[in-house]
Design a protein around this ligand. Sequence first.
Ligand code: HEC
Ligand code: HEC
Length: 419
Amino acid sequence: MPLQHPGTETHRLHRMNFITPLLRWRALGALVILTATCMAGCGGGSPASTTVDSNLIQPLGLSAERVAVGDRLFNEVALSAGGSQSCASCHVKSRGHADAAGVFLPLGGPALDRQGLRSSPSLHYMNDNAAFVLNAGPGPRGGFTWDGRADDRAAQALGPLLAANEMAQPDEAAVVRAVRSLPYYSELAVAYSLPADASDAQVLQATQLALQAYQAGDVDYQPYTSKFDAVQTGQASFTAQEQRGLALFNDPQRGNCASCHSSTPPPGEALPLFTNFGYFALGVPRNVSTATADPAFFDMGLCGPMRTDLSHRTDLCGMFKVPTLRNVALTAPYFHNGVMATLEEAVAFYATRDSDPARWYPTVGGVVQRFNDLPPAYRGNVTQQAPFGPATPGGPRLSPQDVQDIVSFLGTLTDGFTP
Ligand code: HEC
Ligand code: HEC
C-alpha cells in the first residue's frame, strides 16, 4: 500500500501485540504516525501527530497525508468566524469526540454565546454508515446528523462551518479565505493535488474531504479497544453484573436494546457497532432549558424543521437516528436534545417511560404531558417497541437493579481498556 511519507512514519507494532485472530484481518497493515511539522502559526490546538489506520486507506480512498491535514483542520480555530472554535471544541477527543465536559448543549457563534439545539454526537465508528435511505426495508436508515440530512461526512462538515450558532462563517467564500490563509495550506494543496490557481470550489471541496478523511482514517475513531472487545477476543471477562446487563440488553422481552443498538457485527465487520443506523421516535422529554426560547418550536427530526425534504411525511415526525452506544459512558448529555444528564437517567427512562410517566414529563392541570417535545398530533409516532409498551404483569420490564446492570454493561463499551 502506498503509505510512504518521507521520513516521518513510525510503525506502531506494539498496538498489534494484543490483536487476536478475530481482529487480525483488521490489522493486516501497519498503523502509521504522521508527525505534522509545526510551521509558523502552530497555535489553536494543532495536533502533534496523526495515527492512521492503514487498513482503511485503500477501501476508503484515503491517504496518510489527507488524514493528517484533516486532523489539523479539525483542530483549527481559525476556521471559525470568531477565531476561537474548532470542530474539536464540540467533539472532544477524550469523550468519544462528543460534547465537551459539563456542556449541556453546545455554545457557538462568533462570541460563543449562541446555544445549539442538539447534543454533539460521538463521531466514532461511523465508517459503516451510508447515505440516508428512506425505505430500507425496516424503515429509514443511515445519513449523518441526528436527522440524517447529510449524505456523508464531507457534506456534513459544511454545516457547522456555516451555522450561525456553531462556527458561524457568513458564507462559503469566507471559509475558503480562512483555509487559504492557513500556514499549512500547502499540505492541503499537496494532499488533494490542488493547482496553484485552485478555484474556491476546489479548495472548499478539498477541505471537506480532508475533514472526512481524518474521521474515516484516524485510528482514534475506530479503535475497538473496549473491555467488550477484549472479552470477544478472550482477553478479559465480564463481571457478574456486566454479564447480567448484557443479557438484559439482548433479551427481546426485557431491555430489547440490541434490536436497535445492534450487538452483532454488521456485514464486513468483526465486532458490533451498537447501532443499526435506523430511526425511531422515543418521545424523550422536552429540554426546557432550550424550549423556553420559543414554546411553539419543536425539533421533530426527520420531518423537520432542520431537515426540509420530508416535511410532508408527518408519520416520521419525532424520529431521530439510533446512535452508537460505544463510548456512551463518556458522551453525556444524552438524547438528541441533551435532556438527560446521566447515563443512569437515560436507561431509567426506557424502564419507566410508560409505567411512571410523571417521573419524566410535567403535569399540567392534573394531566401528565407525555411526549411533550412533540406537537400532540404526532405523539402517535412514538414507538411502543419493548422495553416500552404495556408493562408486563408485576411492573416494568426493567427493575431499578436491571437499570444498574445495563449501565454497568454499557461501561464496558468505553475504548482504552487494558486487559
Ligand atoms: C458548536 C458545536 C459544534 C461544532 C463547532 C461542530 N460540531 Fe459537529 N455536531 C454538533 C452537533 C450539535 C451535531 C448534531 C447536529 C444535528 O443533528 O443537526 C453535530 C454532528 C456532527 C456529525 C454527524 C455525526 C452523526 O452522528 O451523524 C459530524 C460528522 C460532525 N458533527 C463533524 C463536525 C466537524 C467536521 C466539525 C468542524 C468542521 C464540527 N462537527 C463542528 C456540534 C458541533
Ligand atoms: C426502538 C429502538 C430502540 C431501542 C429498543 C432502544 N433504543 Fe436507545 N436509542 C434509540 C434512539 C432512536 C435514540 C436517540 C433518540 C433521541 O435522541 O431522540 C437512542 C438513544 C439512546 C441513548 C442516548 C445516547 C446518546 O448518545 O445520546 C442511550 C444511552 C440508549 N439509547 C440506550 C439504550 C438502552 C440501554 C436500551 C435498552 C434498555 C435502548 N437504548 C433501547 C433507539 C432505541
